[in-house]
Design a protein around this ligand. Structure first.
Ligand code: NAD
Length: 417
């Protein structure tokens, strides 16, 4: 969503401004959306394994909760900044709104280097962070989830700390938990499932038959490797994939299971039997029907966008396309399903996890997937129709739809006190 040098929160506010013009947003509502509702900045003294105390800086930004409790992941990274967390909290608000789940948007971050911390150091950071924000989170206030370098174990520590403070077990205070603690079936592949549902719906709109269609996937982690599975299920031939070590190609298609096994055994997709190695940049420019960026932000830029030959891009990653690249892709009639829609499957199943917890239920994977399918298809349709109504690309359509929903809720609530 942002070019490398720019301030992510300024970018989020620029998106808000252009959408405000498009949908003729009430200036008072626009004024209220210029700042997050609440910013928590917490200092976390933690005893390290060698006995000395280190102070970590943490944030929780609650951008808007007009449509429901705040919702958003917690990121552990040395490069976390407050502006990044503010931007991510803003985008979470639009993402929850776009798939029409009753949540607002938030994000958390702790400046730390988890790659150089022991498990017990990570646990102590997590528990101290939770204790510091405990008064402001909870199942009806703000529901955290995993993000970069946090996982289901991190959520288990948050759940335990929060529950110890309350004096009773509160599984619904976080999502992305282990299944043994009330996590949902289907959560582990929900982002990719949602992303490929979007690719499928986009292909329908463009009348691209999926049987025999081709795809390339950048990134072969959680989102990328599951995207390969779901594309293959639809009869699409995944001809190229990549990871941080390099990219591979096979015109006959790469079997998703064999590719994953190779990556797990060798640490990379590179070297898979029957494939040839290609330059990673070339993957984005292959003559395929569907391109799934599932790695980092800013991979499709002004430098390579004009060489993209795919008809459909479904953004599993957050912010893989720069605004300059977006304009070029629009001119070249590439249908880009934007990240706030294409990767919203994860937060949608997080919502389903919360609903199960609140009702003390545990649904089957089929029940979860059926609801995810329904939510993604109707969100895709609503975004596509909004983009046609305003004659804008789907990214602008998705923003228009989601910001209008948030604005309507804000107006109905009014201001008190
Ligand atoms: P992950 O860590 O499991 O996988 C990332 C993959 O990208 C790895 O295979 C890594 O080797 C690869 N990669 C890194 N640098 C690369 C490069 N330069 N070229 C090609 N590949 C490269 O992460 P993930 O959970 O799959 O997330 C991927 C993207 O999807 C991120 O942008 C993330 O924010 C977004 N996303 C994920 C989820 C989710 O539920 N997993 C939800 C929403 C958004």
């Amino acid at each position: 969503m942002s070019s490398k040098e720019s301030n992510p929160y300024e970018n989020a506010m620029k998106q808000l401004e252009s959408t405000a013009r498009l949908i003729k947003l009430d200036p008072d509502v626009h004024e209220m959306l210029r700042n997050p509702k609440r910013i928590l900045s917490v200092s976390l003294p933690v005893k390290m394994d060698d006995g000395h105390v280190k102070n970590f800086q943490g944030y929780r930004v609650q951008y808007n909760d007009a449509r429901g409790p705040f919702k958003g992941g917690i990121r552990y990274h040395p490069k976390v900044t407050l502006d990044e967390v503010k931007a991510l909290a803003t985008w979470m608000t639009w993402k929850c709104s776009v798939v029409d789940i009753p949540y607002g948007g938030a994000k958390g971050g702790v400046i730390c280097d988890p790659k150089n911390m022991s498990n017990s150091e990570k646990e102590r950071v997590t528990r101290r962070y939770t204790a510091m924000i405990a008064d402001f989170i909870g199942p009806y206030r703000d529901v955290p989830a995993p993000d970069v370098y946090t996982d289901s174990q991190t959520m288990a520590w948050i759940l335990d700390t929060y529950s110890q403070i309350k004096g009773y077990q509160v599984p619904e205070c976080v999502t992305g938990k282990p299944i043994a603690l009330g996590g949902s079936e289907g959560r582990n592949n929900s982002t990719a499932r949602g992303c490929i549902i979007c690719a499928r719906e986009a292909a329908k709109q463009l009348k691209v038959p999926l049987k025999g269609a081709t795809a390339a996937i950048q990134g072969y982690g959680n989102a990328g490797s599951w995207s390969a599975v779901f594309l293959q299920e639809l009869g699409v031939k995944v001809v190229a994939v990549s990871d941080s070590q390099g990219a591979i190609y096979s015109k006959n298609g790469l079997d998703s299971a064999k590719t994953l096994k190779h990556k797990e055994e060798k640490g990379s997709v590179v070297g898979l039997g029957g494939s040839e190695q290609i330059e990673p940049e070339k993957l984005l420019e292959l003559d395929v029907d569907i391109l799934v960026p599932a790695a980092l932000e800013n991979s499709i830029t002004a430098d390579n966008a004009r060489n993209v030959k795919a008809k459909i891009i479904s953004e599993a990653a957050n912010g893989p396309t720069t605004p300059e690249a977006d304009s070029i892709l629009e001119r070249n009639k590439v249908l880009v399903v934007p990240d706030i829609l294409a990767n919203a499957g994860g937060v949608t199943v997080s919502y389903l996890e919360w609903v199960q917890n609140l009702n003390r239920q545990h649904w089957t994977e089929e029940q979860v997937n059926a609801q995810l399918e329904q939510k993604m298809v109707s969100a895709f349709k609503a975004c596509y129709e909004t983009s046609k109504k305003y004659s804008v690309p789907m990214r602008s359509g998705a923003l228009a739809l989601s910001i209008k929903r948030v604005a309507d809720a804000i107006k109905l609530l009014g201001i008190w006190p």
